[in-house]
Design a protein around this ligand. Structure first.
Ligand SMILES: [Zn+2]
Length: 274
């Protein structure tokens, strides 16, 4: 199911571009740390990695088995299943291509808010057209075996930016950073969502103010969130809560922030309990 769609005329060219992108693996574009507030006594002495701001909570692209992983000779992952298996948008965004494509038979490309593009190939039916806005988990196509393909599967490629010639990044860490591990179950997901802080607050290694500060959240910034749990009761800013929300950290691992500092309901809009 190898796909040689476009972009490379020589092994040397491929290696050069791969090397260019290797440092990005595991830390795709869009993970820039939020700007620090101009002044804050409570944050002055803490140099902590930021949570994974500005990425989005991904949805499972399709049910099936991974029949081919990303490699030097395969720019994407193949998810194999029966013809007609639904294919879903990995994240919300704008459809920038939908139609016939060399090698792919048909393809769909979606530009996401963090500047990454997800690319879907080989489907026999497409639901969306160029210019359309789609939401994460929205059905966009049905799986097929069109184009250069040896059996029904989805070829999922991820590129940084809208170029159709630059080599893609590994979709596995890209999806994992956004809460989806392959193979995945559509709609099942990880329960991951997004929270928005309304005040600056510390992110700690466990759900207690006695735990180490591992990061911070900033007013008005949104962050991916995994789940909520009950922890130490905190009183601050006129509110009391024992709910803490687990956030994935850019540096790996997770941290916890008191739900007091998050917009929304008692758990900051996070429905899944840890
Ligand atoms: Zn493929």
């Amino acid at each position: 199911m190898r796909l040689g769609l476009s972009g490379f005329t020589s092994r040397a060219g491929l290696a050069a571009v791969a090397a260019l992108f290797l440092p990005l693996l595991g830390a795709p574009a869009g993970h820039a740390a939020p700007a620090s507030p101009a002044s804050s006594a409570s944050s002055a002495t803490v140099a902590a990695p930021a949570p994974a701001a500005a990425s989005f909570a991904a949805s499972c692209p399709a049910a099936g088995t991974v029949s081919q992983w990303y490699s030097a000779t395969h720019d994407g992952v193949d998810i194999a299943n029966a013809v007609g298996t639904p294919i879903y948008a990995v994240g919300s965004g704008e459809v920038i291509a939908s139609g016939p494509a060399s090698g792919y038979g048909q393809w769909i490309r979606i530009l996401h808010s963090d500047g990454t593009v997800t690319e879907y190939g080989h489907m026999y039916h497409r639901d969306v057209s160029v210019g359309q806005h789609v939401t994460a988990g929205q059905r966009i196509a049905l799986m097929g075996s069109e184009g250069q393909s040896s059996g029904p599967h989805l070829h999922l490629r991820v590129r940084v930016g809208t170029s159709t010639t630059v080599r893609g990044i590994d979709p596995v860490p890209y999806l994992r950073d956004r809460g989806v591990s392959l193979p995945c179950t559509p709609g099942g997901g990880s329960g991951r969502t997004t929270v928005t802080a309304w005040a600056e607050a510390n992110v700690r290694s466990c759900a207690s103010t006695g735990c180490a500060i591992v990061s911070k959240v900033y007013a008005g910034q949104s962050y991916p969130a995994n789940c909520w749990k009950t922890g130490q009761t905190v009183t601050a800013e006129g509110y009391t809560s024992d709910k803490w929300v687990e956030l994935p950290l850019n540096a790996g691992g997770v941290g916890y922030v008191s739900a007091i500092y998050l917009k929304g309901d008692a758990t900051g809009g996070v429905t899944r309990q840890c």
